[in-house]
Design a binder for this molecule. Structure first.
Ligand SMILES: Nc1ncnc2c1ncn2[C@@H]1O[C@H](COP(=O)(O)OP(=O)(O)O)[C@@H](O)[C@H]1O
Ligand SMILES: [Mg+2]
Length: 262
C-alpha cells in the first residue's frame, strides 16, 4: 500500500513545494514508484515538475469537487517512476466548497484509495497551500507522516505552535496514528541566529525533528524553473545530496520498502 506523506506549514515560502519536488526526485531515482500531488492553487509544484497548465486533462480540483478519478488526471513527468496529480487556480474553489461536503476531511484519503492507486505507488507526497484550511486538513487526514518544513527564523515559532494544535485535532478526529517530523530548510550555516534557532527547535522537538537539514542552495530555484527535481537538474549540487539524505531518512518510515542503492 502506498505510504502517504503530507508536506504542510501554514507559513508560505518555507520550501514545502521545493521539498516535495526534490524528495520525489530522490525517491524515484532510488527506484520507488512515486506520486506527487499538487494541492495549492498557485500550482508551483505542477510547474516545478515540468507540466504545462495548457496540456492538462484535469486537476485536483476536478477530483475534489467534480468527482473525477485521481487516475484520470495523472500526468507523467520527465522523471521515470514519478507521476504528478496537477493543480490549477481552480483549487481556490475547493477551499470554499469542500467544507460543504459531509465528511470532507476524508475526501483526499478516499480519492487516493480508488482502484489500483494504492498498489501503483510506493510513496505519495502531498504539497499543501500555505494555510491551515480545508485542503491542508484533509491532506493531514490522508497521511501517515506529516513533514513540516520550517526556516530557522524567529517568526516561524508561531506557525509551528499552530501546526501542533492542528495535529492534535487531526489525531482526535479520525487519524490517531499521524506522525509528524519537522524539517529545517534554507539554513545558512554562517548565520549565528540560524544556528541558535536550529538548536532551540532541536531542544523543543527532540526526535520530532528530522536529522537532515537543508541548506541554502540557489540551484533549487534554477531547477524549479527548469521543471526538474534538483537531482535531475544538477546531480553534484549540495541540495541534491541533502535531499537524498532526507529521502533515505523518510524511507525508513515506509513500511517493508527497502530503499534501493542509488
Ligand atoms: N534550500 C533553499 N535554498 C535556496 N532557495 C530555496 C531553498 N528552498 C526553497 N527555495 C526557494 O524559496 C522559495 C520558496 O520555496 P517554496 O518551495 O516555493 O516554498 P513554499 O512551497 O513553502 O511556499 C522558492 O523560490 C524556492 O525556489
Ligand atoms: Mg508551495
Amino acid at each position: 500500500m502506498a505510504y502517504v506523506i503530507t508536506i504542510a506549514n501554514q507559513k508560505g515560502g518555507v520550501a514545502k513545494t521545493t521539498t516535495v519536488a526534490s524528495v520525489c526526485g530522490a525517491l524515484a531515482a532510488r527506484g520507488l514508484r512515486v506520486l506527487a500531488v499538487d494541492l495549492d492553487s498557485q500550482a508551483d509544484l505542477t510547474l516545478a515538475l515540468g507540466a504545462s497548465p495548457g496540456g492538462l486533462h484535469g486537476s485536483m480540483a476536478d477530483v475534489l469537487l467534480n468527482g473525477a478519478s485521481l487516475e484520470s488526471i495523472l500526468v507523467e513527468t520527465a522523471v521515470p517512476k514519478l507521476h504528478l496529480a496537477p493543480s490549477t487556480s481552480e483549487m481556490d474553489k475547493v477551499e470554499r466548497f469542500l467544507p460543504m461536503r459531509s465528511d470532507y476531511v476524508n475526501a483526499l484519503r478516499s480519492a487516493l484509495a480508488v482502484g489500483d492507486l494504492p498498489r501503483a505507488y510506493d510513496v505519495v507526497l502531498l504539497d499543501c497551500p500555505p494555510f491551515l484550511g480545508a485542503v491542508t486538513t484533509s491532506a493531514m487526514h490522508a497521511a501517515q507522516l506529516l513533514v513540516i518544513p520550517t526556516q530557522p527564523e524567529y517568526f516561524s515559532a508561531h506557525a509551528l505552535r499552530n501546526m501542533m494544535s492542528a495535529i492534535r485535532n487531526v489525531r482526535s478526529q479520525g487519524n490517531p496514528d499521524l506522525v509528524y517530523r519537522i524539517l529545517i530548510t534554507m539554513q545558512d550555516r554562517r548565520n549565528r541566529i540560524h544556528r541558535t534557532l536550529s538548536e532551540q527547535i532541536q531542544a523543543t522537538f527532540g526526535e520530532g525533528l528530522l536529522q537532515t537539514v537543508i541548506e541554502v542552495d540557489t540551484k533549487l530555484r534554477e531547477s524549479a524553473i527548469a521543471g526538474l527535481p534538483v537531482n535531475y537538474y544538477n546531480v553534484k549540487t549540495r541540495s541534491t545530496q541533502q535531499y537524498d539524505n532526507l529521502a533515505q531518512e523518510l524511507a525508513q518510515y515506509v513500511p517493508s520498502k527497502a530503499v534501493q542503492p542509488a
